[in-house]
Each structure stands twice: as C-alpha cells, then as structure tokens.
Design a protein around this ligand. Structure first.
Ligand code: A3P
Length: 298
C-alpha cells in the first residue's frame, strides 16, 4: 500500500515526461534524464540516496538489460565465493529495486557486498561511483536488440549512452571500473573469471589454478549449466528474498546465450544499418578505444 502511494506520488513528475511503449509486452517507458526507464527504475533511482549507503568494499555489477547481467552475476559470485548455489539474481540484488522489497536488506548484507544496477553512472548518486568498484558488461547492440525483442521489454536505453558513460569511467579510473564485453566472456570464460576475481581482490591461487578451479567455476556459470538448473527453469525473478517482480520468470533470462545470434533474425541490410547507426554514435561521442568489434557485423 505504502509502495503504491509512493509510486502514485510520482505521477506529477511522470506526466511531464515524454513516454513511449517498449517492445513486445510494451512496458511504459519514460524519458528521464536522458534514459528510457520504467516507473520502477525511476522510483528506485529517486530513493537510492536514502536507501543505499555505498561502502568501499562494495562491488557493483552494472549493465544494460540483455547484455549478460545474469552471466556476470554468476561469474562474479563464483569468483568471490568460489561457488554458485542459487539463481544469480537471488544472489546479487539490484540496488535500485530494493525499495520494492525490504529497504533494510542492503544494510544487512555482509562485506564485501556484491550488488547490481541497470542505471548509468549519471543516474547513480555520486557517492556510488566514487566509492564502489564497478564491473560493467557490454554486448554487441545487434544481439542485445534481438535478445531484448524476444524478452519483451526495453528499458534503461539508449544502450550506447549507457555503455559510453561506463567506458569513460573505466578509462578515468581503471582500478575502480572494469569494462567487459559479452563476446570476450564467450570466447574465454575462464580468462574473464580470472580478470573479475583479480579486480575484486580475490585472484586465484596457484593451488586453485592447478586444481582446475577456474575452468570448473566457468563451467558452473555456463549457459548450458545454468539454463538447465531447476532454480533457473522454474519460479519468478525476485527483487529480494520472497518479493517477486511482477511475474517475470527466471527462465526468461536464458534464451540462447550465443554471440551473433542476431544474424538469424536481422537481414544483412538491417544489421548494416544498426552497425552504421552505432558507428555514428561512437563518432559523435569521440570515444577513442571503445572496444574494437562492437557495432560490427559478424
Ligand atoms: P540471448 O537472448 O541472446 O540468449 P541479461 O542477463 O542481461 O538479461 O541478458 C540475457 C542474455 O544473456 C540472454 O541472451 C541470455 O540467454 C544470455 N545468458 C544468460 N545466462 C548466460 C550464460 N550463463 N552464458 C552466456 N549467456 C547467458
């Protein structure tokens, strides 16, 4: 009830914002400070300063939806704890969605806290980007486009602005922001796991290396393994403990898990136009060194 009242109190703000309807199921998206967000993200973003006190030990996994969030959560949790025993979303909560559940939950978590966000740096309280370490995952926009389309909603875009903001942060402070690509994770999951573990100060020991721990954990986090686990095939995505998120199924986070699957859905002309569009955005943003290969047709 309190929650509904809070969301209702945002109506005057929302009614002044440009609106569009997302793909598929058509979630309503509001153009809020440069990004297209659902009400829950706007509501959560506004409450973040009072509901989330960042700690220097926090590790924040950041992404646009459909870029490999679930996979990154699995890899980072496995790198930190050397195991993976639940649905990755149950293990790593989104900071901006906590207001839907139990506001005290984040405070009660033990250090180092592994947390997630779909919000760009410009929508996070300044204390978050100056205090936490951040791992960001980016993915070829064509594959994100197809993944998103099948999933049914688009939110937190534009994808490029989101990625560019995190890219700039990672160039400014590489010790604080690690920028990863889904395609690199797919090519070398073990190498990505090592990078993530080292970034978090939990590098693998020679004993763990020779025991094959890296390969075993990467395999544990693989699409093939995760998508067949009962916890990921059944049940609904939860914001926190028992609080479900409006009927979103856990299984919806596992579709194909392939690089370049967009080629099966987009004509070469559509792929070319998307690549060109991305190149224009890159050019306009004047971002030297943005990961090579992004925005290229496969
Ligand atoms: P596809 O729709 O291309 O299959 P997010 O977690 O950010 O919502 O991203 C979902 C995308 O990541 C989906 O892509 C999903 O199949 C893929 N994915 C989920 N778990 C994965 C894993 N363990 N390894 C590789 N890809 C994974």
């Amino acid at each position: 009830m309190k929650l509904l009242q809070y969301e209702k109190s945002l109506q005057p703000l929302l009614s002044a914002l440009p609106v569009c309807h997302g793909w598929g199921r058509g979630a309503t998206l509001y153009h809020y400070n440069g990004y297209w967000l659902q009400l829950v993200f706007i509501a959560g973003q506004r409450l973040l300063p009072e509901q989330y006190a960042p700690r220097p030990t926090d590790i924040l996994l950041a992404s646009s939806p459909k870029c490999g969030t679930t996979w990154l959560k699995a890899l980072a949790f496995a790198a930190l704890c050397r195991l993976l025993d639940r649905n990755p979303h149950d293990l790593v909560p989104f900071i901006e969605l906590q207001y839907l559940a139990s506001p005290g939950k984040l405070e009660s978590l033990q250090d180092p806290r592994l947390l997630a966000t779909h919000l760009p740096p410009s929508l996070l309280p300044a204390a978050v980007t100056s205090t936490c370490r951040i791992i960001y995952v980016y993915r070829d926009p064509k594959d994100v486009f197809v993944s998103h389309w099948q999933f049914g909603k688009s939110t937190c875009g534009p994808l490029w602005d989101h990625a560019f903001e995190y890219w700039r942060e990672s160039r400014r402070s590489p010790e604080r922001v690690l920028f990863l690509r889904y395609e690199d994770m797919a090519e070398d999951a073990g190498g990505s796991l090592r990078k993530i573990a080292e970034f978090m100060g939990r590098g693998f020991s020679p004993e763990e290396e020779s025991a094959g721990a890296v390969e075993a954990l990467a395999e544990l986090c693989s699409f093939e393994n995760l998508s067949k686990q009962e916890v990921n095939k059944t049940g609904n995505f939860r914001v926190s403990d028992q609080v479900e998120f409006r009927g979103l199924k856990n299984s919806s986070f596992f579709r194909k898990g392939k690089v370049g699957d967009s080629a099966n859905y987009l004509s070469p002309e559509m792929a070319r136009r998307l690549d060109e569009f991305m190149q224009e955005k890159l050019h306009a943003a004047d971002l030297a060194g943005f990961p090579a290969g992004s925005g290229q047709s496969n």
